[in-house]
Design a protein around this ligand. Structure first.
Ligand SMILES: [Mn+2]
Length: 280
């Protein structure tokens, strides 16, 4: 019985299969945590989603920005961009089943026994774990609500407000919560977001840092597993914070971590025929 976490899949199914074979993953007893961005940009978004749905009882999944984008496209709220590779999902006969399952996933998962959080982008420095869980639940509840989720997806896009304020209400409130959990990279100690910077940890604007680098970050006492930030290349200098997006879809590698032993495994993403290196 082992628990693993895997970085952003983005429709790359072969490297995922490579990793599951590597650790002899058994869906009957093992568990797989997904940091989100299951689909988009990669070659097999539909097949990836079907594969995961087939093993849904063995998964813990948090949503990423690409997953939310897919849900918005499905409900004609947002058009697909040229670089999106989601059309095959929207046209699939089983799309309703797959996307209804996706809509019921979380933004934040906390495993109390392990003292470990799973989230796509991160937790803003000014929030305790308890606050973060409460705000994630606000969005999760709306997403699951048949009468309210379209309104949420419709108001989800945008970079403002850049900073949390407890008096925010309605879609603006849900938008900033969503941006923290699914899009954040750089922010100030007070949680003001810079959503434009996408490069490495050393490229922050003055006054900004990677969200995990603020020394008084209030969630620093729990372990955090996250994805989303390929430019980190899996490197994160904060103790107990694990960056799993190693840029598979950009020709890098896909990373799988044993949540208990912290052992890392990687499969190369350049070609499905390329033999993977061991534990690197
Ligand atoms: Mn992402």
């Amino acid at each position: 019985m082992s628990t693993y976490a895997v970085g952003d899949l983005q429709g790359c199914l072969e490297p995922l299969k490579c990793l599951l074979e590597r650790v002899r993953f058994d869906p009957a007893v093992d568990r797989l945590w997904l940091v989100g961005d299951l689909v988009n940009r990669g070659p097999q978004s539909l097949e990836t989603l079907r594969f995961l749905y087939g093993m849904r009882d063995s998964l813990v999944c948090v949503l990423g920005n690409h997953d939310l984008h897919l849900l918005a496209a499905w409900h004609n709220i947002e058009r697909l961009k040229k670089s999106d590779t989601l059309r095959e999902i929207l046209d699939a006969p089983d799309a309703p089943e797959l996307l209804d399952w996706l809509r019921r996933q979380k933004l934040l998962h906390f495993d109390e026994a392990r003292g470990t959080v799973l989230v796509h982008a991160g937790i803003p420095p000014q929030w305790t774990l308890a606050k973060a869980l409460g705000h994630a639940a606000e969005v999760e509840e709306v997403l699951r609500d048949d009468n309210r989720f379209k309104l949420y997806l419709d108001g989800m896009y945008g970079n403002e407000p850049a900073k949390w304020n407890k008096d925010l209400t309605g879609v603006a409130r849900l938008r900033v919560i969503t941006n923290y959990f699914t899009r954040m990279r750089f922010c100030t100690a007070e949680g003001k977001l810079d959503l434009k910077g996408k490069e490495g940890a050393d490229t922050a604007l003055p006054g900004y840092k990677p969200w995990f680098a603020h020394k008084d970050r209030r969630s620093r006492h729990v372990k955090i597993i996250f994805g989303h930030w390929a430019a980190l290349e899996g490197r994160c200098n904060a103790p107990g914070v694990f960056a799993l997006d190693t840029g598979c879809v950009w020709g890098g590698a896909m990373t799988l971590m044993n949540v208990d032993t912290l052992e890392m495994h990687r499969c190369d993403c350049k070609s499905k025929d390329t033999p993977a290196h061991t534990n690197s």
